[in-house]
Design a protein around this ligand. Structure first.
Ligand code: ATP
Ligand code: MG
Length: 467
């Protein structure tokens, strides 16, 4: 059984003692002679309910109520008032008091008021528990068995705990950047707040500032006369996800930097300063270093956003995830379209792991959706995927699909003295990195694409090879 704690604030000792004697039998009661001491106590031990006298010495009952509602909005307050004080009672109710009782206090009537108030608290708590349970059960479903993605998940779990830290997510298209951003949000203490995704590349340059920060009344001709809230405000106490952040205009970048530095911003056309709290998570599949070099992206903003930098590997860099993901999508779409598939055949699994996933997880998901829609079952076949034959699949992606026999023939053998595999790896890497750079005229992004690597992974390996 829950024991509720009730604080009674009254300068009349008689009322404090009577409350302790009667209410103290059922509830955990503490009494205070002033508003100040009560507020101090709430800070360390929150109360469920406060019985608050209106006529207090020092901080008045109304001032105390204001302070309680401002700092501890969940605490319910029942005002205790003298008979003729109806104006003040109305003020108190407007300020958020739950109820009031009139002196001299009838203890039986007071108990009814208290029971009603505690009923409200119980209901609120139940709603809160259900809300949290619902959110937990509907968390984004994230599949990641490979070591690389496990590392990413571990990093996210750590950073999610600090709601003030901004996060920059880098990775190719369809690798799961938005899903990772939502994982950061739902694992953070702000998970009940809103998650507001914004695609910066989809908003024209001339309105991006007002979309993000809002505008004041009459900011420009054609503007809504009432002014407009920005997306940043919609994300209060939650997370603002800036997708394709590399496409932000320089003016919007300057405002964003200011906001990241001190939590302050101005609406377009205004001089009033706003201050709010929201976590910023940004993502891009562009090469931000290159944008910084070209002075299209502010270096200071880049460093500020990248407090925590998460690099998401391509799907081909985490081949162990391909089949679990395919199976997950198969179950999801079978449910959605009312189909019964028993699974994925061996030949098809082989083709899936061998395919070059240029569109990464999005491509895999779309392909499985199409297979579920068109396929007859009981298993997903190569034809359902639009892969003609095993030969064709291999031909589509010769580097990854088939560690082909001919290639195997070209491998040096293990002699009776053994084989220096790390050295062989390194010389092979060196050969292909150099070759790809030559073919791409020294353009690292193009060279990375030729090797089916993310730009970041390419850069890391290149540095290791000192090329
Ligand atoms: N680890 C994962 N587990 C399950 N589903 C995933 C995973 N990663 C991505 N997905 C799914 O793949 C699809 C693409 O992911 P998402 O939109 O997050 O990619 P993105 O990197 O933001 O792509 P883009 O760069 O094109 O915006 C989504 O449907 C997402 O739910
Ligand atoms: Mg995205």
């Amino acid at each position: 059984m829950i024991t509720y704690s009730i604080y009674v604030v009254d300068d009349e000792e008689l009322i404090r003692e009577a409350s302790l004697l009667t209410l103290g039998k059922v509830y955990c009661v503490e009494t205070f002679a002033t508003g100040e001491t009560c507020i101090e106590a709430i800070q360390t031990h929150p109360a469920d309910l406060v019985l608050l006298d209106i006529g207090l010495p020092g901080m008045s009952g109304i001032e105390t109520l204001k302070e309680i509602k401002k700092r501890f909005p969940d605490v319910l307050v029942i005002m205790i008032t003298a008979n003729d004080d109806i104006e003040t009672v109305i003020t108190a109710m407007k300020l958020g008091a739950y109820d009031y009782v009139v002196k001299p206090i009838n203890m039986d009537a007071l108990e009814v008021n208290i029971r009603n108030a505690l009923g409200t608290i119980k209901l609120r708590k139940e709603v809160q528990v259900l809300q949290e349970k619902y959110l937990k059960e509907n968390l984004p479903y994230f599949i990641g068995e490979s070591d690389t993605i496990q590392e990413v998940m571990h990093l996210i779990e750590m950073v999610a705990k600090s709601p003030d830290a901004s996060v920059l997510i880098l990775g190719e298209t369809g690798t799961g950047k938005e899903l990772i951003a939502s994982c950061v949000h739902y694992q953070s203490p702000n998970f009940k707040g809103p998650f507001v995704p914004v695609n910066c590349s989809a908003i024209p340059d001339n309105i991006i500032e007002s979309e993000l920060f809002g505008y004041e009344k009459g900011a420009f001709s054609g503007a809504d006369p009432a002014g407009k809230k920005g997306l940043i405000e919609a994300a209060i106490d939650g997370t603002l996800f800036l997708d394709e952040v590399g496409d932000l205009s320089l003016a919007a970048q300057a405002k964003l930097l200011r906001f990241l530095e001190n939590g302050e911003y101005y609406k377009v056309g205004g001089t009033r300063k706003y201050r709010i709290k929201t976590r910023i998570v940004a993502a891009t599949n562009k090469d931000l270093d290159q944008l910084v070099e070209k002075e299209l992206f502010r270096r200071d903003l880049y460093y500020r956003l990248a407090t925590i930098k998460v690099e998401v590997p391509t799907l081909n860099r985490r081949p162990h995830d391909i089949i679990p993901m395919a199976q997950h999508f198969l179950a999801e779409f079978s449910r959605k379209y009312g189909k019964t598939f028993t699974g994925i055949g061996g030949e098809t699994k082989h083709a899936l792991t061998g395919h070059v996933w240029k569109g990464n997880i999005r491509e895999l998901r779309n392909l499985i959706e199409r297979a579920v829609l068109l396929g007859q079952g009981p298993e997903i076949s190569l034809q359902d995927l639009g892969f003609d034959s095993p030969a064709q699949t291999a031909a589509d992606s010769p580097n990854v699909a088939a560690p082909a026999e001919e290639a195997a023939n070209a491998f040096p053998d293990i002699t009776p003295h053994g084989l220096d595999l790390p050295a062989l790896h390194e010389s092979m890497d060196r050969h292909y990195f150099q070759k790809s750079l030559d073919m791409a005229d020294g353009n690292a992004a193009k060279a990375a694409r030729l090797l089916n690597m993310s730009y970041y992974a390419f850069r890391r390996c290149r540095e290791k090879l000192s090329l």
